[in-house]
Design a binder for this molecule. Structure first.
Ligand code: FES
Ligand SMILES: [Fe+2]
Length: 286
């Protein structure tokens, strides 16, 4: 069944009012202008005075994609007839009418954008909170790695579920993150906090966590911060309980056309939800 164009945009407020990473800050600085698709909405991301901006990718004159345009200082110029927009989305110059002030309604639809953890996060709605916390990202003792995005043929929630699941370690990650000889997972503590569900002290036996040939118990703290955002803190015992690394993983709804196909409407978790996951990782240098 063909899905009408009008139904291709995701309107779930849980997602619309959330923050979504769309591009790495470094990449935006290099390219200056990036086209992205978020929950079915085409957006253009650019920056003025070092501040990221996210707009609907649509010139209000004749509907040209603004991502085809060019950044000039703190303005964005449409490629078609050269209309120039200021950082607030208001058209400030119409080259064909240089002496007439642009009409007030000549304004692009703007969205919220913020730089955080090396990524530009965009919200199409009214977010109730900041992007998910990742305290290790700001600590000098940690080395920062921005990974991905990786295309995964699975649903966003499934990707997060897998990230929070240690019981598969001995079998899927045999002899690396676990071993089939010690598959047991002891009881651990899970609480609901203001920032989501937090599970502490999830102990997993790993055959060689230090590269010394000796096995040890590793303790994980997991936080399900948002429906599509999860956090992991890894603590290794033999090295005086050093915080070894922390990771923030964010699954993105990559292709809305697949997202809104009947599989979702019927509640089927099918591989039609092709997704990508952006991962920030802070690895301790100590
Ligand atoms: S379509 Fe953008 S200036 Fe005409
Ligand atoms: Fe895994």
């Amino acid at each position: 069944m063909e899905v009408p164009e009008s139904e291709l945009v995701i309107t779930d407020p849980v997602l619309v009012d959330d923050w979504h990473p769309v591009v790495a800050c470094d990449e935006l600085a290099r390219r200056r202008l990036v086209a992205a698709r978020l929950l079915g909405e085409d957006i253009v991301v650019w920056q003025a005075a070092g501040r990221p901006l996210a707009w609907q990718d649509l010139c209000v004159h004749r509907g040209t994609r603004l991502s085809l345009g060019r950044v000039e200082g703190a303005t964005l110029q449409c490629r078609y007839h050269g209309w120039v927009y200021g950082a607030d989305g208001q058209c400030v110059r119409i080259p064909a009418r240089p002496d007439a002030p642009p009409p007030r309604k000549a304004r692009v639809k703007t969205y919220r954008a913020v730089a955080c953890h090396g990524l530009v996060w965009v919200s199409l709605g009214e977010p109730a909170r900041d992007p998910p916390p990742f305290p290790e990202w700001d600590q000098s003792a940690f080395r920062k790695l921005l990974c991905g995005p990786y295309a995964v043929a699975a649903s966003g929630p499934r990707i997060v579920e897998n990230f929070l699941d240690v019981a598969h370690f001995p079998f899927v990650h045999e002899d690396i993150l676990g071993t089939p000889e010690r598959p047991e997972i002891a009881d651990y503590r899970a609480v609901i906090t203001e920032r989501g569900v937090e599970a502490t002290g999830m102990r997993v036996y790993q055959p060689d966590p230090y590269g010394t040939g000796t096995g040890d118990w590793v303790s994980y703290t997991y936080r399900a911060l948002r429906p599509l955002t999860a956090y992991l803190l890894d603590i290794r015992f033999a090295q005086a309980q050093i915080r070894h690394f922390a990771e923030l993983q964010r699954a993105s709804l990559h292709d809305v056309e697949e997202e809104t196909l009947p599989g979702v409407i019927l509640g089927q978790a099918t591989s039609r939800w092709a997704r990508s996951a952006a991962t920030c990782r802070a690895a301790s240098t100590r």
